[in-house]
Design a protein around this ligand. Structure first.
Ligand SMILES: [Zn+2]
Length: 429
């Protein structure tokens, strides 16, 4: 009997680490035409208080990228399917084309629904129906109107339907941009007053949604992503120009890591992947989008519900023969000998290659690349398996401003041996 109990307990743990998390909420809030450079300026002027608060408690980029064409329907389709326009095939932007049928690739709503989670879409342009496939949404609300009206319906859906995954779409900035202008940075044209006001309306409406999550006790287990489908210049958009393609990407809420500005390049497809990862769902391997792990608490999974792998041996140093940044997984003796030789290039004699039983173990090696001085370091701080993957958490350090450093070239590295796991390894920063 006791043994049976133990088996059940183990089964419960396994089930938990692979299952969708029904107590979590992910809300993607898309400001249609929300140009990041203008938003950033308004934040500095204290005119977007909601965004300002989200920035201070989450992770963000003002330099995320949408697809080309940088237009509403193709871009939002990439945002919710995790793949490029070439793969999802929704190339048009005029309207919901019934004759084309719903988007052919899976949407995040579809995948979340399959995992038993609740989904919702509240949107203010009817063409977004193109990816609102039948039976994939518990609530589908088209609201023709401004951000304030959309937010009211979104709050009602949050309270009554309690979705785990939701897209909220405000069209105000796009309308104001087409009508009065996004501005043009290269030509020194300022954004129109109407455009600035539309962003302030979106900020207030976003605040209503954040407050609803807090009021309903869902904020601690929530991830809110504020982003956009495109920016704009003059009274148009759609091109590959950075003013059109750059989008904001701000992640906050209890499931977000407080990492501030992220240096990595975020793409709009990553929004889909990050949403699934935050819900504890597997991200399809062939997606163009990857989860922005740095924006998720504890790298998403590591130490949250993962099983730690012990580090059985390690080598660390500031000088090696590998001068490019690199993260590698080594699973056989031949490859290991080759890497060992490269690491010790220039050393006479090269130390003997340590014996590793690759039937039982594998090697994870990270190289920081060549640095101009001492004071840099890279470290694998933790390795864990979770959700069918192995996560290696990285910590990189650089000399602080004013620190005394040696004027020598360094190539920091860290190599660890961990038990072999037949799964994909992700290096998480
Ligand atoms: Zn537009």
């Amino acid at each position: 009997m006791r043994r049976l109990k133990l088996v059940f307990a183990l089964l419960a743990i396994i089930a938990q680490s692979f299952a969708a998390q029904p107590d979590r909420t992910v809300v993607i809030i898309s400001w249609d035409g929300g140009k990041p450079s203008v938003m950033q300026k308004l934040v500095k002027e204290g005119k977007l208080p909601t965004v300002k608060a989200l920035l201070s408690e989450g992770s963000y980029s003002w330099n995320a990228q949408t697809i080309v064409p940088s237009s509403t329907l193709p871009s939002h389709t990439s945002m919710v399917t995790g793949v490029t326009v070439q793969r999802h095939g929704v190339t048009w932007n005029d309207k919901f084309r019934e004759n084309e049928g719903f988007v052919k690739v899976p949407t995040i709503f579809e995948l979340a629904k399959k995992a038993g989670l609740k989904t919702a879409m509240v949107f203010s342009k009817s063409k977004l129906k193109q990816f609102a496939k039948p039976q994939t949404l518990d609530a589908e609300e088209y609201v023709g109107g401004d951000a304030d009206k959309v937010a009211k319906v979104a709050v009602k859906v949050i309270e009554e339907v309690k979705p785990n995954l939701m897209l909220v779409h405000f069209s105000d900035p796009d309308s104001a941009g087409h009508g009065y202008g996004w501005g043009n940075e290269k030509e020194g044209v300022l954004p129109s007053r109407e455009f600035l006001e539309s962003l302030q309306r979106c900020d207030k409406a976003t605040g209503e949604i954040v407050n609803a999550l807090k009021r309903n006790g869902r904020w601690q287990r929530a991830l809110v992503i504020v982003t956009a489908d495109h920016g704009g210049h003059n009274k148009t958009h759609g091109s590959a120009d950075p003013e059109d393609v750059n989008i904001p990407w701000i992640a906050a809420g209890g499931l977000a890591e407080r990492n501030g500005e992220l240096k990595q390049q975020i793409k709009t497809m990553d929004t889909a992947a990050t949403a699934l990862a935050a819900l504890g769902l597997n991200v399809p391997d062939d997606w163009d989008g990857k989860p922005v792990w740095a924006a998720l608490k504890d790298g998403g999974k590591v130490s949250m519900n993962g099983k730690k792998l012990p580090i059985v041996a390690e080598w660390k140093g500031n000088h090696c023969g590998i001068t490019e940044p690199k993260q590698i997984v080594i699973t056989d003796a031949k490859e290991w000998a080759e890497i060992w030789k490269q690491v010790h290039r220039g050393k006479i004699p090269v130390p003997k290659v340590p014996d590793i039983d690759f039937n039982k173990n594998m090697v994870l090696a990270v190289f920081m690349g060549q640095k101009p001085t001492s004071g840099y370091a890279i470290q694998i701080t933790e390795v864990a398996r979770s959700n069918g993957e192995v996560f290696a958490k990285l910590k990189e350090t650089a000399p602080t401003k004013g620190a005394i450093v040696l004027q020598v070239l360094t190539q920091p590295f860290h190599i660890v041996v961990v038990p072999k796991v037949d799964a994909k390894v992700r290096f998480v920063e």
